[in-house]
Design a protein around this ligand. Sequence first.
Ligand code: PLP
Length: 407
Amino acid sequence: MAVTDRAHAADLDRGDPLGPFRSRFVDAEPGLVYLDGNSLGMLPRATAARLHWVVEEEWGRGLIRSWDAWVDLPQRVGDRLGTTLLGARPGETVVADSTTVNLYKALTAAVAARPGRSTIVVDGHEFPTDRYVAAAVADAHHLQVRGLGADDVAGPTPADVERAVADGDVAAVVVSLVSFRSGAWADLAGITATARAAGAIVVWDLSHAVGSVPVDLPGAGADIAVGCTYKYLCGGPGAPAFIWVDRDRQAEMRQPVWGWFAQRDQFAMGPAFDPLGGAAGWLSGSPPVLGLAAVDEGVGLVGEAGMGAIRAKSEALTALAVELVDAWLGPLGGELATPRMPGRRGAHVSVRHHRADALVAALGREKVVADFRPPDLVRLGLSPLTTRFTDVWDGLDRFRRLLASQT
Ligand SMILES: Cc1ncc(COP(=O)(O)O)c(C=O)c1O
């Protein structure tokens, strides 16, 4: 059967061991093809029930007494996330603040751990917040920012990093493990080792990687990483992010936003900051309890499915998308802007087209939700727990019809 046949996609759905997970999520709307789970994951039914419980029972009836159970949620949910999805050991991960704030903390700590060095490296294709935070930290510490010169599709490589850190003046490098633009999956261990050989610390952004590709931070020798939870972990809009700090680096790096939730004897309310050990020392203020409860549920679902099965389905989903982009969109002016080798890409596929902006809007009118990323990318997020193979087929079929009708 040809790959362009819808029956082929339907066959893949029938044989999909993760297929039953789709019914664990709230159905948004009949006929909607949601290819944006890499921006905002769908709502798990268990999360709706859990949030209802936290609001009605824990807050409504428990009132302030519930803080006994809430106070260490950042550590508990962090450990669950870290040990399930990052290869972390207990005490290395907390869930708190936004990715932006965690990046600021991580990068500030990294440059402070490399006194005398005057450069931060971040690629020009990196997510805006990563570039802005690098600029802010550089500004605050009188450093300069240098680009990485990575290819927009292939993403950053160890060779790019080697060139960028060659002068020995680089304190830290900010890199996304999976590029928000092309979906390129970077070499975690290779880039970390290359930077370290020149004395630089890599601050990893796992926003598009966590829950979509297998990650072993300690195994790769990483020092510090951050990431968000509202994409593949389905934590919901504005859900708190995570920060992971390798246990052997915790003494060497000190975060800049000292607050009472990181304080050793918090309710003694003592005169001086005396941080908790481990990742808990990277907390700052009151945790967002509702968001944490939602992240807890999302991590539970991803853990139940297992990263092995998730990655296997993800490779198959992106392979189908790549084949359909080539077969259908190529002749109509749409070009694949994602690495072709399955081992080099995460869970989304991007298509380059000079009218990408208008196309994403038109796709929306055809009930296909995708993302526009300037200047010319249509980004299709294929979230293994919720995207069906027939969604990929239907989405790209509507995409091709749209292009065909406009040429
Ligand atoms: C790579 C990357 N970093 C950071 C963020 C967002 O950061 P924040 O959680 O602070 O909004 C995103 C959001 O899409 C992202 O894709």
